[in-house]
Design a protein around this ligand. Structure first.
Ligand SMILES: O=C(O)Cc1cc(O)ccc1O
Ligand SMILES: [Fe+2]
Length: 512
């Protein structure tokens, strides 16, 4: 039997509320050292370990670190099965960064590791970051990410991720990546330490995960997070995590689907509010962080049967090693470097109540600094939330025609987007839930012909509730390359630009 502070399935998870706060979390009485971080004798026989999310010397307002009090330190068991090996579908000659001197125990573990290495792609998102990414300024659109193949043993979160676009390089901590995922198998189907369990940590950056279909049960070193479509979570660099399908979320779908934004530098922050004042947009109190949760197996993994796999995304390549104990052995923690979730329905939208459609920056949920110029984000996460549109009758209410200094990648969580036709019944194409679009730097875009004329003909005199769908945008100052997968995949809508056919030049007539 495994000892754990498991909550019963009917009991909702507990969270700590408040963006960027310093929290104290403990899953066992008196396991947090009072008043100091690293005492000589740590309470309850635990080990103290710091995880630094920013340089030690980062400005105080941005400094992020957490102290973990764990049953064994992360480094323990590192060499047991020969260290990290490159995932390549099979063990290769240059497989590991360690030499091949392995202990007797390691021999027992090696079969387990070999299987895991064979199951995992050598590169994250199935593209070679340096060779499979191509520049292409065309506007692009993709239909819903297709389900994983029916045959076979199923596809887990790591195996279900595909790179769409990206810029820069995680080895120089610059740029971003955008992925989509579709999976139907849990990363950790086994309880506790099990050789079926695969856990991931990302050395390259922070993940912002946007589920579109099925909820996610995310276990992390700091505790558990559950999210459903309409919510998002952020997993910061380095924190070990595991993504399973959320069992109690609507199981009418057989697979989970969604989107991921990764930033290769810095972290996400709430945007400045400027003249808006001290409230509004995403409010800090609505960001929820996990509470401490630990597992402790009796066996502590002394054989290959009681070990799990730790996968490391390191420079867009994947490496794996065996751990003889669960990474979820953190009994208590304190600090401000933690995963978190946010319910997009809590977003407090600010909008024009007189005339004109404002810039969509008013819908920024989270922003990551580090763009090319002052005040320019490396990446913004923007939503188009339900809201009242109350502009006058001579305002074109949907998004306008646009050419942007930023890259715009959009996705749709549900419903329709007011500037684009949806699935349109039997028609092919459209901006559909689970699909996406890309309008790169200075690539012209805007409402499609159909939406344009429908809205020009419709003078809205009254305020109206816009509640038809939930779209979002990953907006970046980086010029992005598109993956071979994104260019060639079956769901790419090759004739996307046709949606802007048929604008009539009526000059010098007017609509009046
Ligand atoms: O639909 C888009 O491409 C995004 C977008 C939204 C908006 O409110 C204004 C301009 C814009 O490009
Ligand atoms: Fe735009």
């Amino acid at each position: 039997m495994a000892e754990t502070n498991e909550t019963s399935p009917s009991q909702p998870l507990q969270y700590h509320a408040g963006f960027g706060n310093h929290f104290e979390s403990s899953a066992y009485p008196h396991s947090l050292p009072p008043g100091r971080n690293n005492p000589r004798i740590v309470p309850r026989g635990l080990y103290a370990e710091q995880v630094s999310g920013t340089a030690f010397t980062a400005p105080r307002c941005e400094n992020r670190r957490t102290w973990l009090y764990r049953i064994l330190p992360s480094v323990s068991g590192t060499s047991t099965a020969g260290g990290f090996r490159r995932c390549e579908g099979s063990l290769s000659e240059d497989g590991g960064s360690t030499d091949k001197k392995t202990s007797t125990v390691a021999v027992e573990f090696s079969g387990h590791l070999e299987e895991a290495l064979g199951d995992l792609p050598s590169t994250f998102g199935y593209v070679d970051w340096n060779n499979d990414m191509k520049l292409d300024p065309n506007p692009m659109r993709w239909g819903a990410t297709p389900p994983p193949p029916k045959e076979g043993r199923g596809v887990n979160f790591i195996q279900g991720i595909r790179t769409m676009l990206g810029s820069g390089d995680p080895t120089t901590k610059s740029g971003i990546a955008v992925y989509v995922y579709a999976f139907d198998k849990d990363m950790a189907p086994g309880a506790d330490v099990s050789n079926k369990n695969v856990h991931l940590y990302n050395s390259d950056g922070d993940f912002l995960i946007v589920p579109q279909q099925l909820g996610l049960a995310v276990q992390t070193e700091l505790g558990k997070i559950e999210i459903v479509p309409g919510e998002i979570c952020v997993i910061p660099r380095g924190i070990v995590f595991t993504v399973n399908m959320l069992k109690n979320s609507s199981m009418e779908h057989s697979f989970a689907r969604g989107y991921i934004l990764e930033i290769f530098r810095g972290h996400f922050f709430l945007p400045e509010l400027g003249p808006i004042g001290s409230n509004g947009l995403a409010n800090g109190r609505d960001f929820l962080h996990p509470t401490a949760h630990y597992e402790k197996s009796d066996s502590m993994g002394t054989t290959g049967m009681h070990s799990c796999v730790i996968v490391n995304k390191f420079g867009q390549e994947l490496f794996a090693r065996i751990s003889p104990h669960s990474p979820y052995n953190v009994v208590a923690w304190h600090g401000n470097y933690s995963p978190y979730k946010y319910d997009l329905r809590k977003f407090c939208a600010i909008n024009s109540v007189s005339y004109d459609h404002p810039d969509p920056s008013i819908y920024t949920v989270l922003t990551a600094k580090g763009g090319d110029e002052e005040g320019t984000a490396l990446a913004d996460f923007v939503i188009f939330p339900p809201r009242v549109m109350a502009t006058d009758e001579n305002t074109f209410r949907p998004p306008w025609f646009h050419r942007n200094v930023m890259t715009e990648y959009m996705g749709l969580i549900y419903g329709e987007y007011d500037a684009k036709r949806g699935s349109g019944g039997d028609e092919k194409g459209g901006f559909v839930p689970g699909g996406s679009s890309l309008h790169s730097i200075m690539t012209p875009h805007g409402p499609d012909t159909e939406s344009y004329y429908a809205n020009v003909r419709n003078p809205c005199k009254e305020p109206s509730k816009y509640n038809g769908g939930l779209a979002f945008m990953f907006e970046s100052s980086a010029m992005c390359k598109v993956s071979k997968y994104a260019l060639k995949c079956e769901q790419r809508e090759i004739l996307y630009a046709d949606c802007w056919d048929g604008f009539r030049a009526t000059f010098p007539d007017t609509h009046e």
